[in-house]
Design a protein around this ligand. Structure first.
Ligand code: ASP
Length: 372
């Protein structure tokens, strides 16, 4: 876990942060990731600069990332074990606490736009599958064939992952050599507890009175050895979700997260990304957050809300972001990344994966990177 992002003075508006997923970005995809987050920043920040709302800017930035086949969102997403794209997204408005989420949609090019429709036009917060698609279609969104979202690159990737799984080999397509893959459970288990304790610190987490080193060694606390996910499961090694958080000139926050989920996921599986308080949350009284990474541990810790609560308790977003990722690892051996933005423009970016494409735009300029 690293976090030394240059922070900015308080009370600077507007601000936009984006991410393109926390994982081991292969060198040949590095440029596309950097270009993609820069494009999303440019479009989203232009909206904020012209007086647009944080919600509009987040929706626009995430739409750009969904449309970019580089990322695991929208077209070009990872495929389910049955070879389909199945998408989840959430958008949340920190001024009103209104939120809109969709999950397991297969016929929408931009699920974040469907999430916006839910936010704006429904008394409900969350729709799944056909109900989500029918709602979106009723409000003017075009339904497309799932094959329009599927790239040959992903068909090959899925086939290779399934072959490796059948052969009992870990999928390294996205993780690089395991020794460098800080998010694989087996590598996580090699970390020394003392190192973790020094990163995590003591006493910050609601559930941890004292750091328990055994937790750091158990990818899934509470599961028997038979129930532990197989180390070769590709879901540990492919994270490329997208997200954005924004603060507009009116002082309102918003957050959005969109994903194709994890490679070779079971059809119907929903991760953290689109679940309110897990992979995404926004509240003007605390902060806006978007997470990426191994979804199941993030869900168990309701990590987005955990991080924003810390900001409302007076922790800086920079520190709260680091603490959230440390907590994720210390408690469940989880790996991922976070962008966190407070109502005063202070922000935090952290990840414990080898890479995470990120970008920030505010009055001091636009900056992007592939790791922190
Ligand atoms: N968190 C996402 C999920 O578990 C994956 C990711 O962030 O790449 O579905």
């Amino acid at each position: 876990m690293r976090n030394d992002a240059p922070n900015i003075p308080t009370s600077i508006r507007p601000t936009l942060l984006v991410h393109g997923g926390a994982w081991a970005i292969p060198p040949e995809m590095a440029e596309d990731h950097q270009r993609g987050v820069a494009h999303a920043l440019e479009v989203g920040y232009a909206i904020l600069s012209e007086g647009g709302t944080a919600t509009d800017a987040v929706e626009a930035a995430v739409t750009i990332l969904e449309d970019d086949p580089t990322f695991d969102a929208g077209r070009g997403s990872f495929l389910t074990s049955e070879g389909k794209v199945q998408l989840d997204a959430l958008l949340m408005d920190g001024a009103t606490l209104r939120a809109g989420g969709v999950a397991c949609v297969e016929h929408l090019r931009n699920p974040i736009q469907a999430a916006r429709l839910v936010l704006d036009k429904s008394p409900h917060i969350y729709f799944v599958g056909q109900g989500a698609e029918a709602f979106a279609a009723r409000h003017g969104m075009k339904l497309i064939d799932n094959s329009e979202l599927v790239l040959d690159r992903e068909r090959i990737r899925l086939k290779e992952a399934q072959e490796r799984l059948a052969a009992g080999q870990p999928d390294q397509t996205f993780s690089g050599p395991l020794a460098q893959d800080d998010k694989s459970p087996e590598t996580a288990a090699q970390h020394r507890a003392e190192e973790l304790a020094s990163k995590v610190g003591l006493g910050f987490s609601p559930g941890i009175e004292e750091f328990d080193s055994t937790w750091a060694l158990a990818p899934e606390v509470g599961l028997s050895s038979e129930e532990q996910p197989a180390p070769a499961d590709p879901k540990f090694e492919s994270h490329d979700t997208v997200g954005a958080v924004a603060l507009d000139q009116y002082g309102n926050l918003a957050a959005g997260t969109s994903t194709g989920g994890t490679l070779n996921k079971a059809p119907g599986r929903v991760g953290d990304s689109s679940l309110i308080g897990c992979g995404c949350y926004a509240d003007n009284h605390s902060a806006a957050v978007s997470l990426t990474g191994w979804g199941e541990p993030i869900m168990k810790l309701v990590l987005g809300k955990w991080a924003t609560d810390r900001v409302s308790q007076g922790v800086t977003p920079e520190l709260a972001a680091q603490q959230a990722i440390s907590y994720l690892f210390a408690r469940l051996g989880g790996h991922g990344g976070i962008i966190l933005l407070g109502p005063d423009g202070q922000f935090g970016i952290a990840h414990n994966t080898p890479g995470m494409a990120w970008g920030i735009a505010n009055k001091t300029g636009h900056r992007t990177g592939l790791s922190i």
